[in-house]
Design a protein around this ligand. Structure first.
Ligand code: FES
Ligand SMILES: [Fe+2]
Length: 397
């Protein structure tokens, strides 16, 4: 059990109350440094969190160091592609093994201080001059393992080592995305944005389209803002589908796909786009012909890094005339409209007069996201959120 978050627990009770009576988060959720530190330690560290596409982070036979929160880890893949992760700290006297951000082709991890070397499975292979010490046993000094898993081509890490299995955390999300075959898709475009807004404002904004008629006229020409239908989750995620307008094939400025349709998308979703908030910080949007993701990395209470990636089937990307901009341009515009709106809320939250507000009938998925957050803030296990009683729900198959 995590300790309860340093936030007004009565206000969190109101957030967790039944849809129709519940509220948004109190002001401190967006401005408190203390809460930000709690989230780093007890939310992001204790859940499986997506850190990007496995194949882009580390190819077979490579090692790469990445920064996660206040620590660095080394990802390795052996020639067979097996993925592993370790603390980026030498077991001798603790030198960092690899500079964060660097990736190298290597069959061994070599410490730059006294040249201890480790295999890609973390085992200590050599420790110069230690062989002469009768008491020294290489097998007792492996790198500290970090829990890592590949899910449909995305790399997830549980730094606490204590989260339930990733399959348990995600529940039936696997059934939802399976038809899109994300594991075989390749990254066709990647944008990094920095928004001057708390990460939760970005996650909250993604869970509702009530704002779409106001700020996304281009989006609404392709997809009706009020077409959302929720899917009942059995894991820590929320969201559902939205329809495409008549005559539209996908989300693009002209509503047409200039790529290749994904062949195994379930029939009922061939003219739908899915919008899934994978708790806590991944926004997963499968389209009929591409999959878009946003991964949110909190930088400060009022600053968030957003990495947006567009994944396409290899047979689309391999075409000489392929141009990812058909999918990117509408979303880049929509993203910027969204960040501007979230930054406006962040500025509102700087006012001491900011108060939690009510959720309306088109904010049911947002209620689900907030109920997971409320579980975490209370220090308890985070439970799969219930679709509100009067919500629009897909029949479970
Ligand atoms: S600290 Fe790594 S070999 Fe000494
Ligand atoms: Fe939006």
């Amino acid at each position: 059990m995590a300790p309860a978050a340093p936030i007004d627990q009565d206000a969190i009770g109101a957030v967790a109350s039944e849809f129709g009576r519940s509220t948004t988060l109190p002001r401190e959720a967006y401005v408190s440094e203390e809460l930000f530190s709690w989230e780093a330690e007890h939310l992001f560290r204790r859940q499986w969190t997506c850190i990007g596409r496995t194949g882009d982070l580390v190819a077979p036979g490579q090692i790469r160091a990445v920064v996660l929160g206040d620590e660095s880890i080394v990802l390795t893949r052996d020639a067979d592609g097996a993925l592993r992760a370790f603390a980026n700290v030498c077991r001798h006297r603790g030198h960092q093994l690899l500079t964060p951000g660097d990736a190298v082709d290597a069959r061994l991890i070599a410490c730059p201080y006294h040249s201890w070397t480790y295999r890609l499975d973390g085992a200590l292979r050599s420790a110069p001059t230690f062989g002469d010490w009768a008491e020294f046993d290489l097998s007792e000094w492996p790198l500290a393992a970090v829990r890592v898993a590949d899910w449909h081509g995305w790399c997830f890490v549980d730094r606490s080592g204590e989260a339930p299995e990733l399959d348990v955390q995600l529940g039936n999300l696997d059934e939802v995305v399976r038809g899109y075959e994300p594991g075989r898709l390749v990254t066709g475009a990647r944008h990094e944005y920095e928004a001057r807004a708390n990460w939760k404002l970005l996650a909250e904004n993604y869970q509702e389209c009530y704002h779409c008629p106001t700020i996304h006229p281009e989006f609404c020409r392709i997809s009706p803002w009020d077409s959302g239908i929720d899917i009942e989750p059995t894991g820590l995620w929320c969201g559902g589908t939205m329809s495409l307008q008549d005559g539209c094939e996908t989300m693009s400025f002209d509503g047409r796909s200039h790529g290749v349709m994904l062949p195994n998308v379930p029939d009922e979703w061939r003219r739908q786009v899915l919008y899934i908030g994978v708790f806590p910080n991944m926004l997963l949007s499968p389209h009929p012909d591409y999959v878009m993701t946003h991964v949110l990395t909190p930088l400060a209470p009022d600053r968030t890094l957003i990495v947006c990636e567009w994944l396409f089937p290899p047979d689309a990307v391999e075409r000489p005339e392929f141009d990812a901009s058909y999918a990117v341009d509408l979303w880049d515009l929509t993203n910027r409209q969204d960040w501007t709106a979230c930054e406006g809320v962040q500025r509102g939250a700087t006012s001491p007069r900011f108060r939690a507000g009510p959720l309306g009938p088109w904010e049911g998925s947002l209620h689900q996201f907030l109920s997971m957050l409320a579980d975490a803030y209370r220090g308890g296990p985070v439970r799969p959120p219930k679709v509100p009683e009067d919500g629009r729900v897909h029949e479970s198959s």
